[in-house]
Write a protein that binds this ligand. Structure first.
Ligand code: EPZ
Length: 430
């Protein structure tokens, strides 16, 4: 398993380029199952989860080809026939987003066998709302031997209200409803930019969808969908992670190929702690998004935080914010409202000298703490990012084990950080 060896104390300065959003690319890949025509996705990030989703699509009998294009992948997916609608446990346990094939398989072929994802480091993360929603559209769902068996003679549009806002739940329902007969209305739907990006792809494929990006989405089913070409939106969590990296090292970073409109709550929070953020339009005319320039002060001010569904502060940035809060003057109370166990990074930050008290879904962070490099363990994708940020600010060397977690969602983060002054060495161990 690879490790990162980080020499702390370097101020970051220069330009980083943001890759495409993993959490937009994964549902987009699943959407390709809805048609027998080719779907081409560009600006796909080179991260492990994309490879896992490709393997899953191949398992379903779907061909895909990959080309390296400036900074990302160009992915062509051809789901001519789905002769094996089974998502096996071995793949689903690696990546919960595999559940995104459930809706498309049902809609396209009328049956699906998808392993239940099982637990994960940050919480139980059930998929009961996905199943309830698909049943509302007429699917017969059974759970046995750890698998969801779903089948339908033909999905029919209906109204469905999510009693908890679910990003992939909304995405599964949107994809299933696209080929259902009649209208489907989703209420209390997730408003994340990744949901909206999926809707843009589906509309390009011929779907009739209104309201994506708001809490109420209406889908008029159509009889078939065609192919399309679609550019994946920039990754707002990667961009936010680099804003946090500038903040924690007192740096000056230009974050290119980002989409400032998706970073409202994150920008507001980093500005509250004293970081200046300017929006630039990329002189180099990058194809998607614009740039942000971040100037961090020498001293950060503490600020409380509560994670919320979009457009609130994203839970996927909570761990990164906690690392920054350890360096801010004063006490920051962080409340994680989305997942029940998303403070694993706090335990490792404490080993580096952070002063954090955990109390259920609240973490009380007292700064400014002097962090010293240590051997730490990554537990999940965003916790790993938090440990990298802490390593950048710590005195001495930090050795992070199990960085495969970070490779799931960041495209060569150590190369991007080293290009702006960090000192991170990847130690590959067979
Ligand atoms: C998506 O996960 C993201 N993953 C997560 O990013 C992100 O943390 C999460 O949304 C919240 O923003 C992808 O998009 C691939 P949810 P998802 O369904 O859809 C409960 C990362 O770092 N819930 O919005 O699985 C659930 O337990 C990952 O890239 C139910 O109770 O999250 C949680 O408490 C980590 N029943 C809350 O809703 C359900 O059927 C939000 O979960 C579904 C969800």
């Amino acid at each position: 398993m690879d490790k990162f060896l980080i020499k702390g104390g370097k101020r970051l300065e220069g330009k980083v380029t943001i890759s495409g959003a993993k959490n937009a690319a994964l549902p987009a890949m699943a959407a390709a199952l809805l048609t027998r025509e080719p779907v081409v996705l560009t600006n796909v990030p080179r991260v492990r989860d994309i490879g896992t989703m490709r393997t899953l699509l191949e398992e379903l009998g779907v061909d895909s080809s990959l080309q390296h294009k400036d900074g990302g992948y160009r992915l062509e997916i051809l789901a001519r026939k789905l002769d094996h609608p089974l998502a096996p446990y071995e793949l689903v346990k690696q990546m919960r987003a595999s559940v995104l094939v459930l809706g498309p398989l049902l809609a396209r072929s009328g049956n699906a066998r998808v392993s239940l994802p099982g637990g994960c480091a940050i919480g139980a993360r059930p998929i009961n709302l996905h199943l309830k929603g698909l049943e509302r559209l007429g699917a017969k769902v059974q759970i046995e031997h750890g698998y969801v068996e779903a089948r339908t003679e033909g999905l029919k549009g209906d109204s469905f209200t999510f009693d908890i806002i679910s990003v992939t739940g909304t995405e599964n329902m949107m994809m299933a409803a696209a080929l259902a007969e009649g209208e489907t209305r989703l209420q209390n739907a997730a408003q994340e930019p990744e949901v909206e990006d999926l809707a843009q792809l589906l509309i390009a494929m011929g779907a009739r969808i209104e309201g994506a990006g708001t809490g109420e989405i209406r889908i008029q089913g159509v009889s078939r969908l065609g192919g399309a070409t679609h550019a994946i939106i920039p990754d707002r969590i990667e961009a936010g992670t680099f804003l946090a990296a500038a903040a924690i090292t007192g740096g000056d970073l230009t974050v290119e190929n980002a989409e400032p409109a998706h970073l409202g709550a994150v920008r507001a929070k980093v500005e509250e702690v004293g970081v200046r953020v300017e929006i630039l339009s990329t002189a180099s005319g990058k194809e998607t998004g614009r740039a942000l320039r971040v100037f961090a002060p020498d001293l950060l001010r503490a600020a409380d935080l509560a994670t919320r569904e979009y457009p609130g502060f994203p839970t996927d940035m909570q761990a990164q914010y906690m690392a920054v809060a350890t360096q801010a003057e004063g006490t920051s109370v962080i409340t994680e409202t989305i997942f029940e166990n998303r403070f694993l990074h706090a335990l490792e930050l404490m080993r580096m000298g952070a002063d954090i008290k955990l109390d259920g879904r609240r973490a009380v962070v007292r700064g400014k703490a002097r962090l010293s490099g240590a051997k730490v363990l990554a537990s999940d994708l965003r916790a790993s990012a938090s440990l990298v940020l802490a390593g950048l600010a710590a005195d001495g060397e930090t050795l992070i084990d199990r960085v495969y977690h970070i490779d799931r969602g960041y495209d060569r983060i150590e190369e991007k950080l080293n290009r702006v002054g960090a000192d991170i060495r990847r130690i590959s161990e067979s």
